[in-house]
Design a protein around this ligand. Structure first.
Ligand code: SF4
Length: 361
């Protein structure tokens, strides 16, 4: 295996194997990764352009029974500082985002043992009435899966309930590293990889959209990271490219049981580039201002084409992230790198590329 062989394969749009990604991970220089990622990026996007939007992550509850050792956010039921926001409190957070000029809200909370899928549906329905102009990512796949279990409904039934409440998007959040050994080590109560993808399929089959995410920098092995990318690429193949985007961010080690050190920006950029090269069936690769601040914009040179300007997120802030409202300065970093930046609309829901496979629900 050599760099020139892999470059020829990338340039001829030949699918890159996980062994080749592992080779690049160990051997390629940063410039080489940037160039290879650029080749794949240009299949989908103009080279000097990137897009962004402003969004808030509304953490409606920090009560959670999953006890992931890498989490700094959760509080067990009964904790003095546990909370569950009311509809009015959630609404005030959305109003704050709108006042800043933002257009997208992601909901992210804990595995609250008393919240049924109907409770979420009721909340989201009320929010849609109050904020018809705002786009929402309502729940992560992980929260959705847990609330279906609490409610004793299948993920297919749960997805129908959400869809009927008007939910259009769920995010692929809560994925971290999609590898069962990793999950057993750090969050054995959360889900298995098979359960995660079954929930993703149910969400898509009900007519909602979803996304792909990943978090790196815990103690995961390269093999575990590659398992994550491989399962995502396979899922995209199986669903005719149903997920429009892949967002990768970095683990923050403050205030949790796992602890450790945050990985370097170079390590993050290397993985972003490798993800772009390997995930040849996901058009949008997103870089994380939430955890990398201005450095995230460097990701535009390593295969990313899109990013958020986050206005709030307690989950990552509790773990050491700093959310900056100096949006002009963040955007200036992207422009100084030579990119024309355009505020974008939320992704449109596709007209339904995903056909439910009754043999493999
Ligand atoms: S990462 Fe999510 S599921 Fe895990 S403990 Fe934290 S809030 Fe709960």
């Amino acid at each position: 295996m050599s760099l020139s062989e892999i470059r020829k394969r990338v340039e001829s749009k030949t699918r890159i194997s996980r062994d080749e990604i592992a080779w690049l991970y160990h051997n390629a220089a940063m410039d080489d990764l940037s160039q290879l990622a650029k080749v794949v990026r240009e299949r989908f996007h103009l080279s000097g352009e990137a897009t962004y939007l402003m969004m808030a992550i509304v953490n409606y509850t920090n009560i959670c029974v999953a006890k992931c050792d890498y989490c700094s956010f959760y509080r067990l039921p009964g904790a003095a500082d546990g909370y569950l926001l009311s509809l009015d409190q959630v609404s005030r957070k959305i109003e704050s985002l709108i006042a800043l000029g933002g257009t997208l809200v992601g909901f992210n909370g804990g595995f609250h043992p008393d919240l049924h899928i109907e409770d979420y549906a009721e909340l989201f329905h009320s929010i849609h009435q109050r904020f018809p102009q705002t786009a929402f990512f309502e729940m992560t796949v992980a929260e959705f899966l847990f609330s279906c279990n609490v409610s004793r409904v299948s993920v297919e039934e749960g997805a129908t309930i959400l869809h009927q409440a008007g939910t259009r998007w769920v995010t692929g959040g809560g994925a971290e590293v999609l590898d069962d050994a990793f999950r057993r080590r750090h969050s054995p109560s959360k889900y298995s990889v098979a359960e995660f993808f079954r929930a993703q399929k149910a969400i898509l089959a009900a007519g909602m959209g979803s996304t792909a995410t990943m978090v790196i920098g815990f103690d995961e092995t390269l093999d575990e990271r590659l398992n994550h990318l491989e399962s995502l690429r396979d899922f995209q193949d199986q669903t005719n490219g149903a997920l429009p985007s892949f967002l990768c961010w970095t683990y923050k080690p403050d205030n949790n049981d796992l602890g450790g050190e945050e990985i370097s920006t170079e390590e993050y950029l290397r993985w972003l580039a490798l993800s772009r090269i390997y995930l040849d069936n996901i058009p949008n690769i997103r870089t994380s201002v939430l955890t990398k601040n201005k450095d995230a914009l460097l990701g535009l040179c390593y295969g990313a084409n899109d990013f958020d300007l986050p206005t709030e997120d307690e989950v990552t802030q509790m773990a050491g992230a700093v959310v900056s409202h100096d949006f002009d300065s963040i955007l200036a970093t992207g422009r100084e790198l030579g990119f024309a930046l355009r505020y974008r609309e939320p992704y449109p829901l596709s007209s339904g590329p995903y056909i439910k496979d009754s043999q493999n629900p």
